[in-house]
Design a protein around this ligand. Sequence first.
Ligand SMILES: NC(=O)c1ccc[n+]([C@@H]2O[C@H](COP(=O)([O-])OP(=O)(O)OC[C@H]3O[C@@H](n4cnc5c(N)ncnc54)[C@H](OP(=O)(O)O)[C@@H]3O)[C@@H](O)[C@H]2O)c1
Length: 269
Amino acid sequence: MSGDRRLAVVTGASAGIGLAFAEFLAERGFDLAIVARREERLLELAARLGNAHGVDVIPITLDLSDRSAPERLLERIEAAGRHVDVLVNNAGYAIPTRFTDTDWEAIEDFLEVLAIGQVDLMRRVLPGMRERDYGRILNIASLAAFAPENAGGLYGAVKRFMVSASRAISKEHRGSNVHVTAVCPGYTRTEFHDVLGNRRQIDRLPRLMWQEVGAVVNEGWSACERNKAVVITGMNNKFLRIVCTVVPARLIMRVMPRSLRKTRAKAKD
Ligand SMILES: NC(=O)c1ccc[n+]([C@@H]2O[C@H](COP(=O)([O-])OP(=O)(O)OC[C@H]3O[C@@H](n4cnc5c(N)ncnc54)[C@H](OP(=O)(O)O)[C@@H]3O)[C@@H](O)[C@H]2O)c1
């Protein structure tokens, strides 16, 4: 029985930053609803965290590119007799192909997972959070929200939208105990670049450009507790954000490795 424990929903908990958030919150005594498509990983994680920390973990296998996913996710939580106290909108990926070479369905799925579904979830959980006077929402955006756009890539645009939406929604709840934060990591060691397919190029970046998931989670959670609307994690990333503000985009693009400037030319192998 969960007793007085709060429930945290973490999307994209089967890997990377989401998995680290699930571990971090379980260690701090939150019950969890963990969401992703890879069921086996979720079941293994639920058993591990439940045993290690004595918390309840509800594994929810869902494809968040489905328009009905937010509704179905919250139905599952309601059916378990729970409500959402913490929402970590984390699931995400980047499309490797150029805009004009990408099928509309792939673009639609991408917008659903990284923006529409996240806003939908926030809209559904915020009234209850206000009523109970406790809520924490962390939208995992990216340093890419502040960097010049890659040719033909929508990733920076979507992350910029989520940063701006987080700021606006956070302002609406100022003065309450409901906090909304856009967490903006830079390069972080996860499966993200394996999924994107640029692992070889990306591994050539200097080590100081990289953060570990634990650092992202710690800084993100602490910023949300302090009710910061936006946090860029890591000193190096904060510095890069300033560089992106003061240095013209075309100069930044000139010094950026070629492999990072462009998305791939073909839509499919
Ligand atoms: N790694 C970086 O360098 C970096 C930098 C800045 C921001 N970010 C952001 O951080 C967030 C987490 O990324 P990560 O680096 O941890 O990547 P990751 O290791 O590849 O993890 C991505 C997670 O998202 C889930 N996911 C992807 N598509 C999904 C879908 N359609 N339905 C449900 N779940 C889905 C994956 O689970 P399944 O495959 O099991 O569904 C996985 O759990 C993303 O929003 C990303 O944009 C990452």
